[in-house]
Every structure is written in structure tokens, then in C-alpha cells.
Design a protein around this ligand. Sequence first.
Ligand SMILES: [Zn+2]
Ligand SMILES: [Zn+2]
Length: 219
Amino acid sequence: MLLEILLPNRCAACEVPGPALCIGCRDALIRLAPPLCARCGSPGAWPVRRCVECSGRRLGFACARAAIVYDARARRLVQSWKERGQRRLAREAAALVAETLARPDVAALAFVPADAGRALERGHRPAEALADQLGRLWELPVQRLVGRGRAVERQRGLGLKERRRNVAGAFVSARASPTRVCLIDDVYASGATAAAAASALRRGGARRVEVVTFARAVR
Ligand SMILES: [Zn+2]
Ligand SMILES: [Zn+2]
């Protein structure tokens, strides 16, 4: 990308000149490790099948896992990834995911599609770029299985209930899905986006949807 050529190389999280993610920041990112909620991947004191965060919710996916905690450092990293559209960051993120999570037992990777306006505005699609890089590392095909339905408001600043309402119906099945599929996104915040996109995959024929994201908000 043009921006990658124009911008001096610096760490996306701390701005120190050098690689896209400096060693100090890479080491400081908090890996999500068990015990986790088997369903939504929220960390806790012991392993559970459901947790306060996900019990009673219809999620559409069987399980969600992430590589790192979405803390302030991870947020800066993801912001700069989205704004600058750095392909090098997609590679770094994919490497961290593949280091932390086992390759999912699925036939293909799908991704949460960027909405057309925002993808143009940034010239970049982080979830798709992450899926492409993970597809290489895990040797899995990446398929465009989820499409955008009606336009949604920005999720940032909305409460949990509003987020869920906001994304319901935001995604459509773009084409027939394999039975087992893994959905890729950059950040798992409330789970509302992943749940809505997973439902679209199920409408397309998926029987089991696993979700993998780079980072996960931890309450
Ligand atoms: Zn750094
Ligand atoms: Zn849970």
C-alpha cells in the first residue's frame, strides 16, 4: 500500500521507530489463556461451560477464542491497524493468533465483512486481511461467505443491548457455507457482531461456527 511506503516504519502501539510491532509491545500484549468460558472465551477463575457474560444469550456460534486481551495497548495497535491499513500488522496479528490458538477443525475461514463505506474510507479491511494471513498459516481456504445487510450505526459508545439490536440483521449469507466454518474478526467486544455474522453463516448452511479474533474485551 502507498501509505506503507510513505509512513516511516514505527511500532503501531508505541510509535517507536522500527518494526510494525516492537518486541517490547509484543511481549507486553496479554495473551488470553485458560481457564476460559468454553463458549464465549471470557477468562475466569475456573473453566465453565457458560459464564455471566454469555449465559442466556443466543449467540449463533459454538465457541469464541482470541489471542490477546483488548487493553489500552491492544486498542492503540488495532486503531492504527485500521487507520493506516498496514498489511504488516495483519501479519503480526495473524502470527500472534496462530501462536496462541490451535488451528480450528473447520473446512474454511470466513470473515466479518467491513461495511462498504468504512472500508473505502480506510481503504482497508482488517478482518479480511487477518483471515487471509491466517488462511496461509493454517492452510485453510478463505471464503467470502458473509455479506452486509442493511447499514449499521457505529458500535462504539453503544450499550450492550443497543449493540445487539444494532447488528441484528446486519449480515446476510453471501453463499452456501461449509458445515464447519471459522469466522474471523479483529476484535471481540460484546460478541454482538460475531453472533450476528455467525447467524448469517448458519442461514447459509453452517452447522458449527467457531469464532477467532485477534483481541477480546475483558470485563
Ligand atoms: Zn512498541
Ligand atoms: Zn461465556
